[in-house]
Design a protein around this ligand. Structure first.
Ligand code: CO
Length: 133
């Protein structure tokens, strides 16, 4: 089911500070912030040669990452995203295997359909799948 890693996401308390670190200290190519209202986050992508980092900050009052940042005020690793060919087929396989899929496929940060799996069903690591173009 899994193809390449698309991104690793890091929740951060201050997007501008985190973006400046990756851009100015580490010399990486950093995108402009994008508000993902549906997902309750603002995200910035950092382009690395073989993958991306997604820097995430809460957007709105019910952001799904607010609780994570309350527990990890300095920020921390938040999720991994793998590319798949067929998100509907992958979702069906996961659900048939007893993995809780947290959302129906919906457009993510790249406009491609994504799903998240319940971290209690994936060894404590929040996993995202994105249908690759
Ligand atoms: Co992501």
């Amino acid at each position: 089911m899994l193809n390449r890693v698309n991104h690793v996401a890091i929740a951060v308390p201050d997007l501008a500070v985190a973006a400046a670190f990756y851009r100015d200290v580490l010399g990486a190519e950093v995108s402009e912030p994008v508000d993902l209202i549906d997902h309750g986050v603002t995200s910035i992508f950092v382009q690395i040669s073989n993958m991306k980092l997604e820097l995430l900050a809460p957007l709105g009052e019910n952001s799904p990452i607010s609780g994570y940042l309350a527990k990890n005020p300095a920020g921390g690793l938040h999720h991994l995203c793998f590319e798949v060919k067929d998100i509907q087929g992958s979702t069906a396989v996961l659900e048939a295997s007893g993995v809780r899929v947290l959302n129906q496929p919906k457009p993510g940060a790249h406009g491609r359909p994504i799903i998240f799996m319940h971290p209690k069903d994936t060894f404590g690591c929040l996993l995202e799948l994105e249908e690759a173009s």
